[in-house]
Ligand binder design. Structure first.
Ligand SMILES: *[C@@H]1O[C@H](CO)[C@@H](O)[C@H](O)[C@H]1NC(C)=O
Ligand SMILES: *[C@@H]1O[C@H](CO)[C@@H](O)[C@H](O)[C@H]1NC(C)=O
Ligand SMILES: *[C@@H]1O[C@H](CO)[C@@H](O)[C@H](O)[C@H]1NC(C)=O
Ligand SMILES: *[C@@H]1O[C@H](CO)[C@@H](O)[C@H](O)[C@H]1NC(C)=O
Length: 462
């Protein structure tokens, strides 16, 4: 009897072992799917080949990475990863500064020195551009599109100061549909910093980094390629433009103020726009104006703040790493979070960033560490790991909506030996958080202004 019992015990144990190891493998498999991306590290390096077909469709503009291989720049001036991060910090500083000054102003302090009425936030790296047409006959321009700015502008003749740009300068005298806006027009009052010259309304935008553009506030026909037109579009015809980075032909503002493109276009197309930013610069994305072709998505509330009414705030309350909710008090996010097309790296309140970083480091502990890279302090040497396991990261919003970051938005790879967590902490708890464009890649991001909500759905572009 005894040997039989022990044999039985033995079998039971083996069976139990087999069962447990089997189920733990299954469990592990499950967790892995939610917890990890397997990342081809080389695919995150700067691209050198343009492999994108051009987007076609009604009001669907192609988004091109200005510093990538599909750029329309004739001399593709190389911009280093370090330069991009420096410019990105300029933009974040100017957004923080703007919100701070505006807060002071709303409590009655003078802002005349610190903040020109027509604010412009530093346009940062200006890395995503679209092509638009202005005038009759139409001339095409590659302009930065920016959800953090309102006034659109291009460089115009006659220049007092223009930087060199890719396309010929716009010459208003050659457009049959061009007109100046007069000082007596109510449109001139849409600008807070207008002045008058020969009866014509003049605009002026000073960006946070000492760059500026000024000139005539004008109207002309705007073409959204391929052929759709918006007549009497108001924009700045900039004859004095200085200190601007990137040499794009100008800027299209998609902020919430009445002069922005989306405000001007809403009566014709509906108060909505959407875009998708490509996973790497070999591909292009799209910017779609209006309510046509809007993909299915899950939405979160769009919030407006009185001290920075042009920005698109959303209620970020938590973060997930590897499918697990981080233990962060939601009050940590109380300064507010803006979703922005022009900031590259997501900025989080310091307490939230530390929790994210600590969790990320636990998941990445099998990889050798690498030195910090500018604002990015959590870097790994992945040169011996062509396919690296990287934990998933998601944003959680107050209404339960979740935005899963694409694998291409988790690491910022300066070189294979220095792949860094593509998030950074603010230095001050009271500064707003910003969801940057790196973390929006491949997602359809939908700004439904009519219904005050922002939506996300996946696989919007490659
Ligand atoms: C970008 O995507 C293309 C197409 O998948 C891929 O061939 C390339 O390796 C990626 N990255 C770079 C650095 O080009
Ligand atoms: C627009 O205003 C500018 C500067 O005030 C002036 O030089 C130009 O002739 C005006 N153009 C038209 C079409 O009125
Ligand atoms: C101009 O100022 C008003 C009130 O101060 C503000 O609501 C509006 O957004 C400002 N416009 C611009 C273009 O900054
Ligand atoms: C969450 O964090 C708070 C404060 O840091 C701590 O007191 C609490 O024990 C943590 N909860 C869990 C479940 O770890």
């Amino acid at each position: 009897m005894a040997p039989n019992t022990s044999l039985l015990q033995c079998c039971v144990l083996v069976l139990a072992y087999l069962l447990s190891s089997h189920s733990s493998q299954a469990l592990e498999g499950n967790i892995r799917d939610k917890a990890w991306h397997i990342v081809d590290v080389k695919s995150l390096l700067p691209s050198s080949v343009c492999s994108s077909p051009t987007e076609k469709g009604f009001n669907r503009l192609t988004i091109i990475h200005w510093h990538g291989p599909c750029t329309p720049q004739p001399t593709n001036k190389k911009t280093t990863a370090a330069q991009i991060l420096r410019k990105d910090q300029d933009r974040v500083d100017s957004m923080h500064q703007y919100v701070k000054s505006a807060k002071k102003a709303t409590i009655g302090e003078s802002l005349s020195v610190s903040l020109p009425a027509q604010h412009g936030i530093s346009y940062g790296t200006g890395n995503y551009v679209v092509k638009i047409g202005i005038g009759t006959p139409r001339k095409d321009f590659s302009v930065v599109f920016d959800t953090g700015s309102d006034l659109s502008w291009i460089q115009c003749k006659p220049c007092k100061a223009c930087y060199s740009q890719t396309d010929p300068l716009f010459d208003p005298t050659l457009s049959s549909t061009y007109s100046n806006i007069s000082c007596s027009s109510t449109d001139c009052t849409l600008l807070n910093s207008s002045s008058c010259f020969n009866g014509q309304c003049q605009y002026e935008v000073r960006y946070g980094d000492n760059s500026q553009t000024d000139g005539v506030f004008a109207r002309d026909t705007l073409t959204l390629p391929p052929t759709d037109t918006l007549s009497n579009f108001m924009f700045g015809c900039g004859t004095s433009n200085e200190g601007l980075f990137g040499e794009t032909d100008g800027l299209i503002g998609l902020g919430r103020n009445r002069v922005s493109l989306i405000s001007q276009a809403s009566s014709k197309y509906g108060a909505m726009f959407s875009y998708c930013l490509p996973s790497n610069s070999s591909f292009t994305g799209y910017l779609s104006i209006g309510t046509n072709l809007v993909p299915q998505a899950s939405f979160t509330s769009m919030v407006q703040k009185i001290d920075s009414p042009s920005f698109y705030y959303i209620n970020l309350i938590a973060l997930n790493v590897g499918g697990e909710l981080l233990n962060i008090s939601s009050t940590v996010f109380s300064a507010g979070t803006v979703i922005d097309s022009g900031t590259v790296i997501t900025r989080l309140p310091p307490a939230a960033y530390v929790k994210l970083r600590d969790a990320f480091q636990q998941y990445m502990e099998m990889y050798p560490k690498a030195p910090s890279f500018d604002i990015l302090d959590t870097c790994y040497d992945l040169s011996k790991y062509p396919n690296a396991y990287v934990p998933t990261i998601s944003f959680v919003f107050s209404d339960g909506t979740i935005l899963d970051v694409d694998f291409s938005g988790i690491l910022y790879v300066a070189q294979e030996s220095q792949a860094c967590l593509a998030f950074a902490g603010n230095s001050d708890d009271s500064d707003i958080g910003i969801i940057g464009n790196a973390q929006q890649k491949t997602v359809n991001v939908i700004y439904d202004i009519a219904n005050q909500k922002i939506g996300f759905s996946y696989g919007g572009c490659k």
